[in-house]
Design a protein around this ligand. Structure first.
Ligand SMILES: [Zn+2]
Length: 261
């Protein structure tokens, strides 16, 4: 199966009648492991006296395009890449309210790392642009590491990671044209630890060799993608798990009742 997107109930910077409301539904989507990381982090931060308040999480292809156009026109100050390069498009990045953290940013970075959540800037300086942006890459981090090690070279490591995460939820990456399945298969094989050169949407000799090593039938591309996803689901179960009753209890605890009304 594809990586599912699940609803994330988290307070946002947005207010209605002076009260903070949950992050709007169209943005409040993330894979299950990200949802758990956000909930865990919200709890950790609350214990430390702060609050995790988000301004952004998931962006659809069109929302990402709009963010990019707004940056180009000067309406939005912080850079937004065109669709196909942002972890927001996979529900694997969020932007938070720095003001509500109420703990030093460096301390939050450590807290976040324990939950598999990483900053995008190099040093914990809250005045820097994108100090508010955090990624929760899960197994897609392996794709960034793979490119960083020089095993792929047709895009920067961070972009390759984003491409992998976007394809995994079944969203189109324009750069691969009609070869979405092939690109998704290649990214999946890299996450499983195989080597095949670049994610380029073309099934060449090296991709075929990687499929053979993974014991994936190479005759039917659509079936091959499904098979690779089965293997991923076994290996990274948390990224595919739907919510459990225990999590629903936590949900009641996290959200003040008036917010739900
Ligand atoms: Zn962001």
């Amino acid at each position: 199966m594809k990586t599912p997107l699940t609803r994330v109930e988290i307070l946002s910077i947005y207010k209605v009648h002076g009260e903070r409301v949950l992050l709007p539904e169209r943005m409040a989507l993330a894979p299950p492991d990200v949802r758990e990381a956000i909930r865990g982090l919200a709890g950790d931060l609350r214990k430390a006296g702060g609050r995790l308040i988000l301004s952004d999480l998931f962006r659809s292809h069109d929302m990402q395009l709009q963010a990019h156009l707004d940056w180009k026109s000067g309406k939005k100050k912080a850079y937004s890449p065109p669709p196909g390069g942002s972890m927001h498009e996979a529900g694997r990045a969020f932007d938070l309210s720095l003001r509500d953290l109420r703990i030093p940013l460096a301390e939050f970075w450590e807290m976040a790392e324990r939950r598999g959540v990483f900053p995008i800037i190099g040093a914990p300086d809250r005045r820097k642009s994108e100090a508010w942006h955090f990624d929760c890459p899960g197994s897609h981090r392996r794709v960034a590491d793979y490119y960083r090690a020089g095993r792929g070279d047709n895009m920067p490591p961070y972009k390759a990671m984003a491409v992998s995460a976007i394809l995994a939820i079944g969203v189109r990456v324009d750069a691969f044209g009609d070869n979405q399945d092939a690109a998704r298969l290649q990214a999946s094989l890299i996450r499983l630890g195989y080597e095949l050169g670049n994610i380029d949407g073309r099934i060449g000799r090296r991709t075929r060799e990687a499929m053979e090593q993974a014991e994936i039938d190479i005759r039917e591309p659509a079936l091959a993608v499904a098979r690779a996803e089965d293997l991923l689901q076994q290996r990274f179960a948390g990224e595919y798990r739907e919510s459990s009753p225990m999590e629903e209890d936590l949900f009641d605890f996290l959200v003040p009742p008036h917010v739900l009304a």
